[in-house]
Design a protein around this ligand. Structure first.
Ligand SMILES: CCCCCCCC/C=C\CCCCCCCCC/C=C/C(=O)SCCNC(=O)CCNC(=O)[C@H](O)C(C)(C)COP(=O)(O)OP(=O)(O)OC[C@H]1O[C@@H](n2cnc3c(N)ncnc32)[C@H](O)[C@@H]1OP(=O)(O)O
Ligand SMILES: Cc1cc2nc3c(=O)[nH]c(=O)nc-3n(C[C@H](O)[C@H](O)[C@H](O)COP(=O)(O)OP(=O)(O)OC[C@H]3O[C@@H](n4cnc5c(N)ncnc54)[C@H](O)[C@@H]3O)c2cc1C
Length: 670
């Protein structure tokens, strides 16, 4: 749609006058510097001027088939733009640059069928291929001569990768692998782009050679003819059907009937099958084939932050424009943003978007540093990265989904309109809580690491920095509550340590009563998930505080103040959410809790004048927000009416169903 130009709504104009800080300063902090901001804006200008974002009818009014076809059209032209103008004008060659990710949302209100190509296919080639394989596939994939996806999940198994049923059996006579789908439940299911778009696919299958199964490995498989796009003989492929979201992309199913691929199509950076069928196991770590999942989990923390920033921008701007009820009899209706309960719903969204964005950046740097260790042959830091990326992916996507839904509640009935964009944002983020490792499963992975860390610390060994609080707790350090940043973080660490201690005790007690380790673990999993979540909270709180302090060192005082107000709001909010835990594991008193409650309520008032400016500082263009409620000019009612008038349902005054059904019904002739 072409966005009509309106004058700024006077309420929003007044809000912007109240701002106490330089918005540009905060924008630069989150972009990573002035230059990055200007580079991002340049990219956005190119894409927005390209005309690619235009739809003749609103996306939500198209049929599923039309939505898919429209998204393919845009993906192709956007890919061309990335290869040509964007590279030439900005000098940017990296598809994963955050600026490309952000502006992609101006094209796709839902998602691109090419997402998995860039999000998983290319990263898997980079992470799992030998240098020879890389030279064959990477240039083609980057140049989009081949388009790929990542087919791991099956109809019967998603979480339990070791339970996957697809087989890849090596035939030494022909030097080929035979891919086969032995059962109904072995069909690949869900892979993005698989339904209709891609011609290549990374397939995860159980490797058999010389009659022995060596577990799951990755294979590059061409599934469609490059010219006709017809499925190759031996391949059964299609779309799985309508979903809650992801409607403009094509999630697919895939079955193999003894389908042959060359030996060299096994991705052999870590494990190999030699020509005679001899298996060479990975030299360093058994789970290196899971690396793409770790990469995506890291990027999903960023997705949580970005999508939450969109939702809260929409809801805060709307709340500044919307007037409802009265605070005192006969007074004019206030902006709903003036209600403390509305501020309570929304300001935590702003603070959380900051917390997650800074945590995402920190996690990304940790990921890069672990990759560089691994390149040198050191896999020692991988378990901690796995534990961190697992819990952060779980907690950040889950919190973001809840807060986005809260933003929708904050917009009342209008938030329910698809044109608000809140339902799209929610259904996208709700899926991220499940895919790439379900919430519970990933927290249990972190819990496994925490219990091991506890045992190591008990044995007097040094543990990694993110769990060093365990050693302090084992040494008998008692928590004394202080309502400072450091004090609160320490208390949250005490909560995590207390919960891990109880898990360890429960497991041991259960084993003493005769259970084996597996059963003792299983019966403790409710507590283990809880302990991993508590650990994750302490990591987010600490990272957020540290990063704000580091990044605002040379900022103006006003930016320091407002950024720190948000940090304090976040710490107070979580303290109040977790009073039960804190009363149990820290020395917090009822008086302290009263103080935190008052501090929290005062902070809502302090932040209130800057609320609109703070969401403006996410610097999200209207074309990215796609929202009738959240546009920069605040012309909510004009846009809602515009959307209604453009609704294809209103193209004819009387719908044909009246003549076909209603009239005959009215006349008793049906
Ligand atoms: C033109 C178009 C424009 C668009 C452009 C936009 C630009 C886009 C660019 C970027 C955007 C990025 C966004 C990306 C979005 C991507 C969309 C993704 C869609 C979804 C995809 C998927 O879902 S793929 C499928 C994912 N599946 C899963 O995650 C399954 C979850 N299950 C598991 O991971 C495992 O089964 C599980 C870990 C649960 C258990 O594994 P198991 O082998 O059984 O291991 P276990 O016995 O429990 O543990 C043994 C041991 O191993 C350790 N370990 C386990 N996993 C890992 C690991 N990953 N790394 C390291 N170590 C691991 C574990 O801790 C144990 O250790 P020890 O305790 O023994 O020491
Ligand atoms: C939109 C979307 C896109 C996707 N894209 C892809 C893709 O491109 N490629 C791909 O391969 N896959 C993809 N997936 C699949 C996704 O990775 C899986 O759905 C996800 O990993 C969860 O696995 P599952 O569906 O088997 O859930 P299940 O494992 O069946 O989980 C169901 C429930 O059982 C619980 N549960 C399972 N095991 C345990 C356990 N051991 N202990 C305690 N509780 C347990 C879970 O917590 C959950 O509550 C996609 C999924 C979605 C929704």
């Amino acid at each position: 749609m072409v966005l009509k130009k309106y004058n700024i709504n006077p309420d929003l104009a007044l809000e912007r006058q109240k701002c106490t800080f330089d918005i540009e300063e905060i924008i630069n902090i989150f972009d990573g510097g002035k230059e990055k901001t200007s580079q991002r804006r340049k990219i956005e200008d190119v894409v927005l001027k390209s005309g690619l974002c235009h739809d003749d009818v609103p996306e939500e009014c198209m049929s599923l088939k039309e939505r898919y076809e429209n998204a393919v059209r845009k993906s192709c032209f956007f890919s061309k733009l990335m290869k040509t103008e964007l590279q030439e004008i900005t000098g940017i060659e990296d598809f994963e640059t955050p600026a490309i990710r952000r502006i992609a949302d101006a094209l796709f209100k839902d998602i691109s069928p090419f997402l998995l190509h860039l999000g998983m296919f290319v990263p898997t080639i980079i992470g799992q291929c030998t240098s020879e394989q890389l030279m064959i596939w990477l240039p083609k994939a980057l140049d989009l001569q081949i388009i790929g996806g990542y087919a791991q999940t099956e109809l019967g198994h998603g979480t339990f990768i070791r339970g996957l049923e697809t087989t890849a059996t090596y035939d030494a006579d022909t030097e080929e692998f035979v891919l086969h789908t032995p059962t109904l439940t072995a069909h690949k299911w869900w892979a993005g782009g698989l339904g209709k778009t891609i011609n290549h696919c990374i397939v995860v299958a159980q490797l058999y050679t010389k009659g022995v199964c060596y577990g799951t490995h990755l294979f590059m498989v061409q599934i469609r003819d490059l010219d006709t796009h017809m499925p190759l003989p031996g391949i059964k492929v299609g779309e799985i059907g309508p979903r809650m979201g992801f409607s403009s992309a094509d999630n697919g199913f895939l079955g193999f009937n003894n389908f042959r691929i060359p030996r060299n199509n096994m991705l052999m950076k870590h494990a190999q099958v030699q020509k005679d069928g001899t298996y060479v196991k990975p030299a360093r770590h058994g789970k290196l084939t899971y690396q793409t999942m770790v990469f995506v989990r890291v990027t999903l923390v960023n997705e949580a932050a970005f999508n939450l920033s969109k939702a809260v921008t929409i809801a805060v701007r709307y709340s500044a424009v919307r007037r409802q009820s009265e605070m005192r009899p006969n007074e004019p209706e206030p902006q709903i943003l003036d209600y403390p309960t509305q501020q309570h719903k929304l300001f935590i969204g702003i603070a959380t978007a900051h917390a997650f964005q800074l945590t995402a950046n920190w996690l990304w740097n940790t990921f890069k540093s672990v990759l560089s260790d691994m390149k040198k042959g050191d896999v020692g830091t991988l378990p901690e990265l796995h534990a961190l990326s697992s819990c952060l992916k779980a907690v950040c996507t889950s919190d973001a989904a809840l807060l986005i839904e809260q933003c929708r509640y904050a917009c009342g009935g209008h938030g329910y309109m698809l044109s608000s964009n809140l339902p799209y944002i929610y259904s996208f983020v709700a899926a991220t809580r499940t895919y790439e490792g379900d919430y519970t499963i990933l927290l249990l992975q972190t819990a496994r690491f925490l219990v091991k860390a506890w045992e190591q610390a008990e044995a007097g060994k040094t543990v990694t920095p993110t769990v060093s609080y365990i050693s302090r707790s084992l040494k008998g350090e008692k928590n004394s509550w202080r309502s400072t940043d450091e004090g609160i973080i320490k208390s949250f660490q005490a909560v995590a340590a207390g919960k891990i201690a109880l898990c360890v005790k429960s497991i041991r007690d259960r084993m003493k009563s005769g259970l084996d380790y597996e059963d003792a673990w299983l019966l403790t999993t409710v507590q283990l998930v809880d302990a991993a979540e508590a650990h994750c909270r302490s990591v987010i709180l600490e990272t957020y505080c540290n990063e704000v302090r580091r990044l605002t060192k040379s900022s103006s005082d006003n930016v320091k103040i407002v950024m720190h107000q948000l940090v304090t709001l976040y710490l107070s909010y979580w303290t109040l959410q977790r009073t039960g835990d804190l009363l149990r594991y820290s020395s917090i008193s009822e008086k302290d809790i009263d103080f935190m409650q008052r501090q929290y309520e005062e902070l809502l008032q302090h932040i209130r004048p800057n609320a609109v400016a703070l969401v403006d500082a996410f610097d999200l263009r209207d074309e990215i927000l796609h929202s009738s409620l959240g546009a920069y000019d605040g012309r909510v009612y004009e846009r809602l009416m515009e959307q209604a008038e453009n609704n294809p349902m209103n193209a004819e005054p009387v719908n044909q169903s009246f003549h076909k059904y209603i009239k005959p019904l009215l006349q008793g002739k049906l």
